[in-house]
Design a protein around this ligand. Structure first.
Ligand code: FAD
Ligand code: DHB
Length: 408
């Protein structure tokens, strides 16, 4: 089989890239190791930045998101038994976030691709990407127990952190940046209406907790736990006990309980990771295949979207004119946003998690950071503009591009 762009992985990055290329008249084939049912039910991220929402809307895949997504104008930071609202909308001249599950975005993109006659091959596992420095890179994959080859002009490695694309790059080419943390997140999806209209990020002596949601009937909750914990050791009773303790306020706020669904229950280790460059020959990495951020800033899926937006534009430029200028700058362009997201995610993580319970100095510093962020308008503005997402035209500019407002 032959196509213009071979895409490995049908997560948000791979599917959106295929959709954007289709709109540019460029043919692609998406290979996905899992089944359609599996990827459409996989509970992951939930917060879409304003720029992600705008891109999905402008490219015709935002109808259900507009109807079912929940637009939030603020978030709460909770510590010392008190809540403090960060007014995202007011602090960012009218920007907002939308809470809409990643698997819903995936469903909408799969439907759009298939309706347009696009090719998404499920249960097709890429095993290798070859001939990357030739003009005919090839993806070798297995489907129904047989070996196949997909020959392409370009390959997009959108196969997440554990995919094969990144490992196909010869040793010595990539520089790896990594940081691991002494904690993980335990996440659950509970059948109960959210107990607050907005997300609540909590710092507590017993550790971080996050109250989020998926719909008016479903609450998504996370707690900091030990990375070596076994999910089996976390009974429903123990999970609720920790959530109640960490989210409690002096004003008597109550967290509603409900049956915990099996889907969405799991422990995710915390890690920051990035490789540079995000390209080798005719292979371009996008999304989690190239970088992982800690989830505290809600940036992972949004970065995947930003990467493929840059890649689709660069490929469109190549097919229109034969020029490789935008492709050559792909990695540099994306890495600027990646590092800004790494910095923000690391900062949110450091402010909101309990590192060493015996380190009182660290504890007081974190409380002071939270006090500052919730009492200084400039500090709150910094959090808000990063949280709603740095503008998309960041990816068009040079190092001196202002991130907010005008340069005049
Ligand atoms: P993925 O979604 O991982 O997709 C990669 C795809 O490639 C998968 O479908 C996989 O099955 C497939 N694949 C892998 N190997 C192969 C192969 N060999 N052959 C073929 N296919 C293959 N981000 C946010 O922006 N906001 C949030 O609120 C947020 N919260 C999160 C909470 C949790 C608990 C977790 C785990 C993540 C969260 N993230 C969040 C991060 C976000 O989910 C990821 O950044 C996002 O999934 C990246 O998309 P992707 O398309 O790059 O990779
Ligand atoms: C969700 C996940 C995050 O990582 C985050 O920072 C906020 C919300 C969520 O899954 O709803």
């Amino acid at each position: 089989m032959r196509t213009q762009v071979g895409i490995v992985g049908a997560g948000p990055a791979g599917l959106l890239l295929s959709h954007l290329l289709y709109l540019e008249g460029i043919e692609s084939v998406v290979l996905e190791s899992r089944s359609r049912d599996y990827v459409e039910a996989r509970i992951r991220a939930g917060v879409l930045e304003q720029g992600t929402v705008d891109l999905l809307t402008e490219t015709g895949v935002g109808d259900r998101m507009k109807k079912e997504g929940m637009v939030h104008h603020g978030i709460e930071l909770r510590f010392g038994g008190q809540g403090h609202r960060i007014d995202l909308h007011e602090l960012t001249e009218g920007r907002a976030i939308t809470v809409y599950g990643q698997h819903e975005v995936v469903k909408d993109l799969i439907a759009a691709r298939l309706e347009a006659g696009g090719e998404v091959i499920f249960e097709a596992e890429a095993v290798d990407v070859e001939s990357l420095d030739s003009q005919n890179p090839t993806v070798r994959y297995r489907k129904d127990g047989e070996d196949h080859e997909l020959r392409c002009d370009f390959v997009a490695g959108c196969d997440g952190f554990y995919g094969v694309s990144r490992d196909s790059i010869p040793e010595g080419v990539l520089t790896v940046y990594e940081r691991r943390y002494p904690f993980a997140w335990l996440g659950i999806l509970a059948e109960t209406p959210p107990s607050s209209e907005e997300l609540i990020y909590t710092y507590h002596e017993r550790g971080f907790a996050l109250h989020s949601m998926r719909s008016p009937e479903l609450t998504r909750l996370y707690i900091q736990c030990d990375p070596d914990d076994d999910i089996e050791d976390w009974s429903d009773e123990r999970i609720w006990e920790e959530l109640h303790a960490r989210l409690a306020t002096d004003e008597g706020w109550a967290l509603a309980e409900g049956p915990i669904r099996e889907e969405g229950r799991g422990i995710t280790p915390m890690r920051s990771y990035a490789v540079e460059p995000m390209q080798y020959g005719r292979l371009f990495l996008a999304g989690d295949a190239a970088h992982i951020v800690t989830p505290t800033g809600a940036k992972g899926m949004n970065l995947a979207v930003a990467d493929v937006r840059v890649l689709a534009r660069a490929l469109a430029g190549f097919y229109a004119s034969g020029q490789t200028e935008l492709l050559d700058r792909y990695s540099e362009t994306c890495m600027r946003r990646v590092w800004l997201a790494q910095r923000f995610s690391w900062w949110m993580t450091a402010m909101l998690h309990r590192f060493d319970s015996s380190d009182e100095f660290q504890h007081r510093l974190q409380l002071t950071e939270l006090d500052y962020v919730t009492s200084s308008r400039s500090a709150a503005k910094t959090l808000a503009e990063n949280y709603v997402g740095l503008p998309m035209d960041l990816d068009l500019g040079t190092a001196s591009t202002p991130v907010q407002g005008t340069s005049a």
